[in-house]
Write a protein that binds this ligand. Structure first.
Ligand SMILES: [Zn+2]
Ligand SMILES: [Zn+2]
Length: 160
């Protein structure tokens, strides 16, 4: 079952595909819908693993190429990742990211304060800024729970 907002985005997706003369195949729609439904900014492989259950003959290459095409026509974005596989984002509205250093997941968050950050003057002269995003790095709740911090042990072993 689809949320109304998702249906709206699907409708926009189809319009953009048409504008770019991109054939709307069931696979492309399925890839887009799955991408919409995953809020962890999945890698091409994660999307492929889900898609192949529905389309056993689809190849990783086809999924990967489709995701890159989506980015080219502007229906999704590639997340700023400095190592490892590309991750994809269907939320094109201004938002910011939390990068978990352990599981590698990227979570969205919203902040008007961050949206309104101004670019320093010196930067404006040498670099044409087209978008801004704040990235916070750390550990997500799940990873914090898996890895309880041993505070007391290290602190108390000193002395003598
Ligand atoms: Zn994590
Ligand atoms: Zn995002």
């Amino acid at each position: 079952m689809q949320k109304e907002a998702d249906m709206d985005q699907l409708h926009k997706f189809i319009q953009i595909c048409q504008r770019h003369r991109l054939k709307i195949t069931p696979q492309r729609v399925a890839i887009y819908q799955n991408l919409l439904g995953m809020n962890t900014h999945p890698t091409a492989d994660a999307v492929y693993q889900i898609l192949r259950k529905e389309y056993p003959h689809i190849s990783f290459d086809a999924v990967n190429r489709t995701l890159l095409t989506f980015t080219e026509i502007g229906v999704s974005d590639v997340v700023e990742i400095f190592s490892g596989a590309k991750r994809f984002d269907t939320d094109l509205t201004p938002h910011h990211h939390l990068h978990c250093l352990k599981c590698g997941n990227v979570y969205d968050f919203h902040s008007e304060t961050y949206d309104n950050l101004t670019v320093p003057k010196g930067i404006q002269q040498q670099f044409q800024v087209v978008s801004k995003r704040v990235i916070l790095k750390g550990f997500c709740r799940k990873c914090q729970n898996e890895n309880p911090q041993k505070r007391s042990e290290t602190a108390e072993s000193r002395g003598g």
